[in-house]
Design a protein around this ligand. Structure first.
Ligand code: TGC
Ligand code: FAD
Length: 388
């Protein structure tokens, strides 16, 4: 297979700075050399490649858009382009980096005390401490405000009880950012692995995101020091602010998975001969490819525009919902269409589009389902909330 060239039909590279392109190309080469030869095997075996964590750190990918504490401090577009390249490898790798940076380092950075920031962020940027983010519960997914996990103050400790489910990196994490109700208000807590009363169970039987660890977290009268409360958290708004960061990254990452699928389909269709002609010569195939190209290019434009808005501090949560919703649905459709162009070969792990499609089924659901983002945008459009 040829090295990945990307897709840039509307010459969007002209809108990127040299630094942005350099980061994109560096991560692209890393994925080409260190991910693509192995990813099919990792996926089939259901293994997350932990050996890549130091490489993510070397490349400055962990908390890369945060400033100080050993983080790279890049702008939102550079951050997005890096996630695009990672997810062109596999959504599970992008998931790991999103959770570490947007869902664990960001809340410590934004809601933490100076001591918490100094203690955790530099080690997390180096990949020496791994984080997970526990919001979802067995009975509260789309509606996290109903969560039943509680925290109670007892002297200079908090006591946590409850269960979290579908938690990325849960069983390999050194610390969990856990959202629980304290006197009825949602607050964030840092729970270090190994605390008495805190256990994790890996969820193994997945068809999707197989190269990523997904776990349940169990808290049974788990005592943590009072200083592990994230002091500036207040209500559901705090975890939703973290989700904005991660959803933004997904808007770029999903473009990467779509670009990978389109490139694979173009290349395959030029080589595969049926009825004495490459299948790329058939009008129906060309129509599929052109529609995929149009969808991918629209996704690129959306990600770039929302990235620039974010860098100007003008991105609202509904802009991010728009980008996540459009780009994930677009990527899922693109990956499925690419798989159809590959015929039976498309179901083999020698090719990538079907793995992307299987992964994107999770991406369509996590970080707010497609329906939830539809309703967030619907609320902005009409002024009426469908949730109340
Ligand atoms: P609602 O009353 O609308 O809002 C409560 C407060 O929050 C504010 N707000 C936001 N703030 C920041 N960012 C946002 N996106 C916000 N959305 C709302 C809102 O203004 C209000 O503030 P205030 O000051 O008035 O208190 O809350 P609601 O209970 O009606 O819920 C709204 C809803 C449904 C949109 C929200 O619950 C939601 O987004 N649900 C989806 C849950 C979700 O996305 N879970 C993701 C879990 S983490 C995950 O999936 C990680 S996957 C990781 C990986 O592997 O990549
Ligand atoms: P439900 O909320 O039960 O939804 C089921 C269906 O009902 C969906 O189609 C939904 O859109 C629809 N629905 C619900 N409410 C409405 C409504 N008001 N109007 C219309 N339709 C509605 N969570 C974490 O906290 N941390 C993680 O690290 C994490 N990682 C994940 C990794 C993977 C691989 C997966 C699959 C999930 C992960 N999640 C994580 C959980 C994820 O965020 C939830 O699955 C998601 O928020 C949806 O919740 P649910 O699965 O309970 O579905």
């Amino acid at each position: 297979m040829k090295p990945f060239q990307g897709i840039d039909f509307l010459q969007l590279d002209d809108l990127l700075s040299e630094d942005e392109k350099l980061t994109r190309d560096t991560v692209r080469k890393f994925v080409e050399r260190e991910v693509m030869p192995e990813i099919g095997d990792w996926y089939l075996k259901g293994v997350f490649p932990k050996e890549l964590i130091p490489r993510f750190a070397d490349l400055g990918l962990l908390g890369s858009n945060l400033k100080g504490y050993g983080c790279a401090g890049v702008n939102s577009v550079t951050y997005g382009l890096a996630l695009q390249e990672l997810e062109r490898g596999d959504s599970g790798l992008r998931s790991f980096v999103s959770v570490q940076g947007a869902l664990c380092m960001y809340p410590i950075y934004t809601f933490g005390s100076d001591e918490q920031k100094k203690k955790f962020l530099p080690e997390m940027a180096k990949g020496k401490l791994i984080g997970c983010f526990g919001l979802t519960e067995p009975d509260y997914g789309s509606n996290p405000s109903g969560m039943t996990t509680t925290a109670k103050k007892d002297g200079n400790q908090y006591v946590l009880s409850g269960n979290k489910m579908w938690i990325t990196s849960g069983s390999i994490a050194d610390l969990a950012i856990v959202w629980a109700k304290l006197n009825g208000e949602i607050r964030g807590f840092i729970v270090e692995a190994g605390r008495a009363g805190f256990k994790t169970t890996e969820m193994k039987n997945k068809f999707s995101l197989r190269a990523s660890v997904t776990s349940e977290l169990h808290f049974q009268d788990c005592r943590i020091p009072a200083e592990n409360l994230l002091p500036k958290t207040e209500g559901l708004k705090s975890p939703l602010m973290c989700l904005n960061q991660a959803r933004y990254g997904i808007a770029w990452g999903s473009v990467g998975a779509a670009m990978a699928s389109l490139c694979e389909a173009i290349e395959y269709s030029k080589e595969r001969v049926q009825f004495d002609r490459p299948i790329a010569a058939f009008q129906l195939t060309q129509k599929k490819l052109v529609e995929m190209l149009t969808d991918v290019t629209n996704g690129q434009l959306i990600a770039l525009r929302v990235g620039r808005l974010k860098d100007e501090d003008k991105a609202k949560h509904y802009h991010i919902s728009y980008a996540k919703r459009h780009n994930v649905a677009m990527a899922l459709k693109t990956a499925r269409t690419a798989r159809s162009i590959l015929g039976a070969n498309g179901i083999s792990s020698d090719y990538h589009s079907m793995r992307h499609a299987c992964n994107l089924e999770s991406v369509y659901t996590y970080e707010g389902t497609d329906e939830i983002h539809t309703l967030i945008i619907g609320k902005e459009l009409t002024g009426i909330s469908a949730f109340e």
